[in-house]
Design a protein around this ligand. Structure first.
Ligand SMILES: [Zn+2]
Ligand SMILES: [Zn+2]
Length: 399
């Protein structure tokens, strides 16, 4: 064969292969969730198909160096959103240092107070250094819909819980901070991830009364595999194929418990544990999820098979009021942000001032819950016009 004949053959082969290439579906951009190995605590990073980043919890104080290092390796711009599911130390202990290192554009937490220095320090830091500080409040215009955050290429994060002020926080539960954890579902194509913080059985029961599609390919197991959470009824609704438990080796709490592991097994979920597997990384292409354990072992590939579409299956109405509970709230009632908001909005109709926290680029309504939770120095504007000349309106209270 002459060299020109060889070239021609090569060209023909190349051309012949082109229609095949063109017919193949374009590879979907991946969505990746890193369940960090932070010992006894939770921290997970979502990197969306378009590179948007969401950090859910920030591990215990002992893990702050490791969390900071991993975020610096994975994130090049300030985090788009940081969610603190609830203000317990095993979820927030590494956050302040990590956020100082990589920065953040938005911070969301459930919005109830918690008397700890670590939480106060975190709020002071985000109040001055993060552009928007918000709670997962349903939109005032559409209170019966779920708050959904678009992450690009059809990926989105929907907050299922809590829904204050539409519904009060759960109280008189095993742990009220745990019970009011932010619960959120991340969806991408036919795959989904459910993040449950330290949700308690009360949270799960309240959620199950709602018209929500809970089905998820991967479940971040509630409360480190504690024995009360992950009830059989809840797992039957979630139908996870893989479950990730974030906990420390030899922890004092006996996490994960045999009870939770057994229920997860019965539900058909393959369990990954950060105490044994190290960091667990789950990658979705919108059709299936590949889960890998940092300490080796063959990856698990699970088909999503979910029906793409809205997470809400209808209007999300408040659960039945629990009369006896509401009556027994006593001394804790005054610190309920739901009460505070209702009082404030009644007063707010007359005359509203606008407030900005020191170092922040945004301003809030005077009655905004964010302000009540920060001790930072503040600037008071007598009118909206005066405030808007210097700062942007905050997205939490829409002044
Ligand atoms: Zn926890
Ligand atoms: Zn907790």
């Amino acid at each position: 064969m002459t060299s020109s004949a060889r070239l021609l053959t090569l060209l023909v082969l190349l051309l012949a292969s082109l229609p095949g290439l063109a017919a193949a579906p374009p590879a979907a951009k991946p969505l990746t969730v890193y369940f960090f190995d932070v010992g006894q605590g939770d921290a997970a990073l979502v990197v969306s198909p378009t590179g948007k980043t969401v950090l859910i919890d920030g591990g215990p104080p002992e893990a702050r160096e490791r969390l900071t290092r991993r975020l610096k390796e994975l994130v090049r711009e300030p985090l788009d959103l940081v969610i603190l599911t609830h203000p317990h130390l095993d979820h927030l202990g590494g956050l302040t240092q990590a956020l100082k290192a990589v920065g953040a554009k938005r911070f969301m937490d459930p919005g109830f107070d918690h008397p700890s220095d670590a939480y106060r320090d975190l709020l002071d830091f985000v109040g001055t250094s993060v552009g928007q500080v918000m709670t997962p409040e349903p939109s005032a215009q559409a209170p019966h819909t779920l708050l959904t955050i678009g992450l690009g290429e059809g990926a989105s994060l929907t907050v299922l819980w809590p829904r204050v002020p539409q519904e009060p926080f759960l109280d008189n539960t095993r742990s009220d901070p745990n019970s009011n954890s932010i619960v959120a579902k991340l969806t991408y194509g036919k795959t989904a991830f459910l993040f449950t913080g330290d949700a308690e059985p009360e949270t799960e029961a309240a959620l199950l009364q709602k018209r929500i599609d809970f089905s998820s390919t991967v479940l971040k197991v509630a409360h480190h595999g504690g024995k009360h959470s992950s009830t059989a009824a809840f797992l039957a609704a979630v139908k996870p194929k893989a479950a990730v438990i974030s906990c420390g080796a030899g922890n004092d709490y006996g996490h994960p418990t045999a009870e939770a592991l057994e229920r997860l097994g019965t539900a058909g979920a393959r369990v990954f544990r950060t105490d044994q597997d190290g960091e667990v990384v789950a990658v979705s292409d919108g059709t299936s999820v590949t889960v890998r354990a940092g300490r080796g072992g063959s990856p698990l590939v699970v088909p999503g098979g979910l029906k793409p579409g809205p997470v809400a299956l209808g209007p999300i109405v408040p659960n039945e009021p629990q009369g006896s509970r509401a009556a027994s709230r006593g001394a804790t009632a005054s610190r309920s942000p739901a009460d505070a908001t209702m009082t404030a909005s009644r007063a707010g109709a007359e005359e509203t001032r606008f407030i900005s926290l020191k170092g922040s680029k945004v301003f809030h309504r005077e009655d905004c819950a964010t302000l009540k939770r920060s001790k930072s120095e503040r600037t008071v504007y007598p009118s909206r016009a005066a405030a808007v000349r210097e700062r942007r309106p905050a997205e939490d209270c829409h002044p």
